[in-house]
Design a protein around this ligand. Structure first.
Ligand code: KG4
Ligand code: ZN
Length: 348
């Protein structure tokens, strides 16, 4: 028996829609997905403007649903379950996806399922050409979260450590801003870093030797600011590139060392990296090198599925249903959870 799941993502600045098909005993298959990114719209403001984000989701979501159905050669009537991001994220933005999903479900007489955004990221490598197997350690590195989780199966997540202040993506974004780079800063900083010397500036690696699996990135932006101020007048291109490379090296070193610590502490031999920062090539190279030496397999989402998208939401819903971890609802009442720890999923 197969189930067709429509997934809608609208938690921040990307409207994502996707169709996934599940078949018993198989990893769900991605039939089609479409994305509209609001990056250009928010760029003028140097960050996401929540009200503008919500309004744009409203404009984009229905055309994207039609596009995905057409690409997959499916009709609305063929949809078995409508999934949406229930949280965490911007409340107004989440409400758009949740409202459309529940209205569509009610109109079609099909059940709906609210999905945890981070569970979407965490499971997204299952759509890659090299899908992982449970159990594994997950390094979740996005714009809002930096967490190490022990993952035993769908919905069975134990938090091992997390950031006590800024997320890794935030550290990239804030440092990029100090270097005069645009929004979102992560990819821009990574591009500039390619031309720089990562050893040029000594930047802090907070909590590197703390003995636990927590992270702290707030001090890094202060150090970057202090260094940037030392440049006389405006920095030359090489100084900016060197500072970008040094910043990236500091973030990546902490992420790699703490991931290795989590693997050693759990005895697991598999690491899954997910979330926007998972697209960072320096992080991938260093994790691959360090894990290969230790006989650890590393899995990533496909590059285009590292940042927010609808495919991971349809996938997470499909896997929750398949594993019996969740049952879609037909009451069509909905709420959203702007703040929602992943470990609380079991009790949601
Ligand atoms: O997962 P995501 O799309 O959204 C959240 O759920 O937060 O992650 C976005 C974050 C941003 O902070 C962005 O700067 C960062 O991921 N990011 C990167 C790269 N691509 C995206 N950071 C470093 N290097 C990249 N290549
Ligand atoms: Zn995300």
């Amino acid at each position: 028996m197969s189930t067709l799941v429509l997934g809608i993502e609208s938690s921040c600045d990307e409207t994502g829609v996707a169709l996934v098909r599940t078949r018993e005993g198989q990893v769900p298959e991605l039939l089609a997905h479409a994305l509209h990114t609001q990056i250009a719209m928010h760029a003028d403001y140097g960050g996401v403007v929540p009200e503008l984000a919500s309004r744009d989701h409203i404009r984009r979501v229905l055309p994207l649903i039609n596009q995905v159905l057409e690409e997959a050669g499916q009709t609305q009537g063929a949809i078995d379950v409508v999934a949406y991001t229930r949280g965490p994220g911007l409340a107004g933005a989440l409400l758009v996806g949740a409202g459309v999903a529940c209205a569509l479900g009610a109109a079609l007489g099909r059940p709906v399922l609210g999905v945890h955004h981070l569970e979407g990221h965490l499971l997204s490598p299952f759509l890659s050409a090299d899908p992982p197997e449970f159990p594994f350690v997950a390094l979740l590195v996005s714009g809002g979260h930096t967490q190490l989780m022990q993952v035993e199966g769908v919905g069975r997540y134990t938090l091992l450590g997390e950031t006590i202040d800024d997320a890794a993506g935030e550290a990239f974004d804030k440092s990029a801003k100090l270097l005069g780079l645009g929004y979102p800063g992560g990819p821009a900083l990574a591009r500039l870093a390619e031309f720089g010397d990562a050893t040029a500036y000594t930047l802090p690696r907070p909590l590197l030797h703390s003995g636990d699996l927590d992270f702290s990135f707030a001090g890094l932006k202060t150090a970057v600011l202090t260094q940037a101020r030392r440049f006389e007048g405006s920095p030359c291109e090489q100084q900016r590139a060197d500072l970008a490379a040094s910043t990236q090296a500091a973030i990546v070193e902490v992420l790699v060392k703490k991931s290795l610590k989590a693997l050693a502490a759990t005895g697991l031999k598999r690491l899954v990296v997910a979330g926007g920062v998972g697209a960072n090539q320096a992080l991938r190279e260093q994790l691959d090198g360090a894990c290969a030496q230790r006989g650890v397999r590393v899995h990533y989402p496909e590059l285009h599925l590292c940042t927010d998208n609808g495919a991971m939401i349809a996938l997470a819903a499909a896997m929750r249903i398949q594993s019996g971890a969740a049952t879609p609802r037909t009451d069509y009442g909905f709420d959203v959870k702007p703040r929602w720890p992943l470990e609380a999923l079991a009790t949601a």
